[in-house]
Design a protein around this ligand. Structure first.
Ligand SMILES: [Zn+2]
Length: 112
């Protein structure tokens, strides 16, 4: 059982009080997610991870993205076996970084 009162949350939303959770931001535009009363109660119990999963985002992938400041890095493997540390894009939102990180070559390794 939850200690939160779904009826109260429902009444609040019927009165026009929308619950919106914000995440990300800092280096790019934050994402806002509006929650239904049921989602509000689950969010209060489980925290941000729940809202991330609603968006199809794994918490680990979210943390990795935040720690990177939205930087996507080159996919080239160097002679020593390390990956190239050159940046291919910066301040990316999460879907963009997911698409580009270690999936594109930096200027030095693309063609030329
Ligand atoms: Zn590179």
């Amino acid at each position: 059982m939850t200690k939160f009162d779904i009826e109260t949350v429902r009444a609040m939303q019927e009165a026009g009080m929308v619950v919106s959770v914000q995440f990300g931001g800092g280096f790019c535009r934050p994402t806002h997610v509006n929650l239904t009363p049921e989602q509000v109660v689950t969010y209060l119990e489980e925290g941000l991870d729940y809202v991330l999963r609603l968006q199809g985002i794994e918490p680990a992938e979210y943390e990795d993205w935040q720690a990177s400041d939205g930087r996507a890095l080159c996919m080239e493997t160097l002679k020593g076996g390390n990956l190239c540390s050159n940046q291919v894009a910066s301040q990316c939102d999460l879907p963009t970084r997911k698409k580009m990180h270690r999936n594109e070559y930096c200027r030095r390794h693309s063609g030329g």
